[in-house]
Design a protein around this ligand. Structure first.
Ligand code: NAD
Length: 260
């Protein structure tokens, strides 16, 4: 039950939740791949891990590009011989009322969250099958994989979709020891959420403090944000857990906002 020496690709790892997962895996002895749209930030993140004594490499990857995903995974396999863990984490948020939602924004959201999850999974699976060691695929869902919120139709649709993909990957991967699970965090104070606070305040006609208190954290048991460390701890559990006993699951980490 360890990630030691495992090759772990984390998409969107130059910032926020992905960055914390990459650092956590590196501290546990994994070989970590920082895969991000923003190559400069990915390089800086990898160098930081190396400076702390960890093993990391950066790759340029727009998860919506079939060519870039395949090329980046091939680069990792060439450098480190395989892939053991994929964390499909890259994501953005775009909010609009449904009747005003630009079709281009809808397609962008589904491309990043769903095409990205599909393309990275498809690129990594053959290597996990070939190694004979199996692997772990982790999707970054959300409480919005289980619940809906106003203004977030594309995000909610995409995050629900990841659960369907995960269950299918769990079934197809089972015979090869490849597990698939979804992490469903509540609100985490990353750049993705910082951007939403003023946007939601404007769209809902309330103050930013009210967005935090009465929209984002209203349903939690204690009015607290989930932290990147909370999410990384679950990502470590899913990555290290090495039997098919734990597959096809979605685990909500949200201060009780959503209870199963
Ligand atoms: P973030 O904005 O801090 O980081 C997102 C990273 O993804 C950035 O480094 C960005 O460059 C990268 N990225 C964006 N588009 C990309 C693309 N096309 N290809 C590759 N990389 C791309 O965001 P975060 O809050 O850390 O979010 C990470 C994931 O967690 C997302 O899937 C998000 O939906 C999910 N999530 C976040 C929260 C939250 O409250 N922050 C809650 C639940 C789920």
């Amino acid at each position: 039950m360890t990630v030691k020496d495992k090759v772990c690709i984390v998409t969107g790892a130059a910032s926020g939740i992905g960055s914390e997962i990459a650092n956590t895996y590196a501290r546990e002895g994994a070989r970590v791949v920082i895969a991000d749209l923003n190559l400069d930030a990915a390089r800086a993140a990898a160098e930081q891990i190396q400076a702390n004594g960890g093993r990391a490499m950066a790759v340029a990857m727009d998860v919506t590009s079939e060519e870039q995903v395949n090329a980046a995974v091939a680069e990792v396999v060439k450098a480190w011989g395989g892939v053991d863990v994929l964390v499909s984490n890259a994501g953005v948020q775009i909010v609009h009322p449904l009747e005003e939602f630009p079709f281009a924004d809808w397609k962008k959201m589904l491309a990043i969250h769903l095409d990205g999850a599909f393309l990275t999974t498809r690129a990594c699976l053959p290597h996990m099958q070939k190694s004979g060691r199996g692997g772990s695929i982790i999707y970054m869902g959300s409480v919005h994989s289980k619940e809906a919120s106003v203004l977030k139709s594309a995000y909610v649709t995409a995050k629900h979709g990841l659960i369907g993909l995960c269950k299918t990957v769990a079934k197809e991967g089972g015979p090869h020891g490849i597990r698939a699970n979804v992490i469903c965090p509540g609100f985490v104070r990353t750049p993705l959420v910082e951007k939403q606070i003023p946007e939601q305040a404007k769209a809902l006609g309330i103050s930013e403090a009210e967005v935090v208190k009465n929209v984002m954290l209203k349903e939690t048991v204690d009015g607290e944000f989930t932290t990147v460390q909370d999410v990384a701890a679950v990502a470590l559990l899913f990555a290290g857990f090495d039997s098919n006993a734990l597959t096809g699951q979605s685990l909500v980490v949200s201060h009780g906002w959503f209870m199963q």
